[in-house]
Design a protein around this ligand. Sequence first.
Ligand code: DX5
Ligand code: ZN
Length: 218
Amino acid sequence: DRKIKIAPSILSADFADFGREIRAIEAQGADWVHVDVMDGHFVPNLTFGPAMCKAIRPHIRTIMDVHLMIAPVDPWIEAFADAGADIITAHLEAGPHVHRTLQAIKATGKKAGLALNPGTPAEAAAELLDMVDLVCVMTVNPGFGGQKFIHSQIAKIERLRAMIGDRPVHIEIDGGITAETAPLVARAGADVLVAGSGVFSGGSVQNPEIYGRNIAAI
Ligand code: DX5
Ligand code: ZN
């Protein structure tokens, strides 16, 4: 029986008031705070960089989970570590040397995550599972909040869970998580659920049912 963690994504929060939004989600039971960093190159959207992460860090009492949707990644790792990230996740598709990127993240002393786009098979992570703390399965194409969950990823989560075996590696699911899809991914083997628009809507915390009993009971 795995305890499911909820990691609200502040991508769907009120950008003018992250402090208040973070307090609200933590009061509702958020386990981690998920921060989506986008560069307008690896993904077709721009969000924020290390300075913003550093500014919000004092407002986070839990874990700052930084999802880097940027390429190249390596030149930025130190800056996000210095900004106070607890977990730094890089995409397998962001460059030819993801092994080196994961080594560089581990060298900062932070936890290392590996994210897989929907088109990347679970098997692509096989040689990396001994060096990561987390695998993030994207259940939407990265770039935007509020997209539709891609159901073909459920079988991939099951395969990944089997591949991980008894290693202490989290499976985080990112994209399209709602009260309906959360139990599906939890049953398939996920233990950390990112939720953006499922938690925030219209720039405030409106959907506390994402923390509901149907997820917690799995
Ligand atoms: C997408 C981001 C997600 C996003 C999820 O590129 O990585 O973290 O915020 O948003 P929802 O939960 O609305 O799909
Ligand atoms: Zn994300």
